[in-house]
Write a protein that binds this ligand. Structure first.
Ligand code: FAD
Length: 307
């Protein structure tokens, strides 16, 4: 890899600027070259939203490792601000994770979304590599020991992680990730802001004091929301479901319902003073570019401010 890249700014330094809530966008690595070409086009369209940082997921089972880094390099070349690769513990030894981390670091990336990861497709439980890590907190500690200047983000679950017995237990483990050195938290998607607000309250009560960025999915269809909420255990509000059913559940009209719902969530969250909004754009540009969504940000955050 190219060791000459300039180190990127740690995202926590951007988040600490309280005047302008941040916008971050999450991509995933496409399966093939054609998908990569399409993602490049989408990413170029999304430049006008002036995201403060963008992230790229680490494929389930580590299967798309090389592609995650290829996407990050592509995003860097088209001019995005800090790029945050995700990294998971799935299927990798400590030695391998050390090598991957070195590759990420040598490329100039200084931000890593640090996760345990989901089991590979077709498997239902996470099995740690015999020489690997069981929890994301261990990977945070490992990365921070090697690279103290790397800013680690971690995942938080307003409705508790599906494997946790309770929100309280999950928050206890979330605190371990912060104590291991995580600088900020991005949440799992949710469709009811009340869940985020009570999650933040509980975190603060337990002494978690790092920024907690709400993660939102601009929904495109009834089926899509059903699939995602089943997968991650998030609540699918009856009102959103009913609004989508009213317009047939699919197609342009359903997407407009999803965008409107997301814009309403963003407006309320920004008014409450959140540090930023993370959009699960799923390699599409239409939701983030929709006037309803763009307007939310221009109200609070003059475009053109890329810290
Ligand atoms: P952890 O924080 O390790 O938690 C996993 C479970 O273990 C939780 O139930 C937790 O409460 C419990 N736990 C933690 N520590 C302990 C302990 N010491 N003792 C007992 N129990 C403990 N998945 C991917 O595969 N690739 C991605 O790129 C990706 N990106 C994501 C980005 C965000 C913002 C979010 C919210 C999720 C993402 N995921 C991704 C999904 C994530 O990998 C899964 O939700 C995974 O099941 C848990 O990962 P984690 O990092 O939250 O794990």
């Amino acid at each position: 890899m190219h060791a000459m890249h300039r180190p990127e700014i740690p995202i926590i330094d951007l988040i600490r600027n309280p005047e302008h809530p941040l916008l971050s966008l999450e991509f995933f690595p496409p399966k093939d070259e054609k998908g990569m070409g399409q993602l490049k086009k989408v990413a170029q369209q999304l430049l006008v939203t002036h995201p403060n940082f963008v992230t790229c997921t680490w494929g389930a089972g580590g299967s798309t490792h090389r592609r995650t880094l290829t996407v990050c390099e592509m995003l860097q070349t088209i001019g995005f601000p800090p790029i945050m690769p995700h990294l998971t513990c799935v299927g990798e030894s400590r030695l391998a994770l050390g090598n991957i981390a070195a590759e990420i670091y040598n490329h100039g990336f200084r931000n890593i979304m640090t996760l345990r990861g989901d089991p590979p497709r077709g498997e239902s439980t996470f099995v740690m590599h015999p020489n690997g890590f069981k929890y994301a907190s261990e990977l945070v500690l490992f990365l921070k020991n090697r690279y103290p200047d790397v800013c680690c983000g971690v995942a938080g679950y307003p409705e508790a992680h599906p494997e946790s017995e309770s929100v309280e237990e999950d928050i206890r483990h979330l605190k371990e990730k912060v104590e291991a050195g995580a600088s900020f938290i991005t949440t799992q998607l949710f469709f009811d802001n009340a869940l985020y607000f009570s999650f933040v309250d509980r975190c603060r009560n337990k002494g978690i004091d790092v920024p907690i960025i709400p993660g939102l999915l601009p929904a495109i269809s009834l089926k899509q929301v059903e699939r995602f909420t089943n997968m991650c255990g998030a609540l699918f509000p009856e009102k959103l479901a009913a609004n989508m059913r009213k317009v047939g559940g699919e197609g342009e009209a359903a997407q407009q319902v999803g965008i409107k719902w997301c814009a309403d969530q963003i407006n309320e969250l920004l008014d409450s003073g959140v540090p930023g909004i993370h959009l699960y754009v799923l390699n599409r540009s239409n939701a983030a570019l929709a006037p309803a969504v763009m307007d939310c940000f221009s109200r609070k955050r003059p475009l053109g401010i890329i810290s």
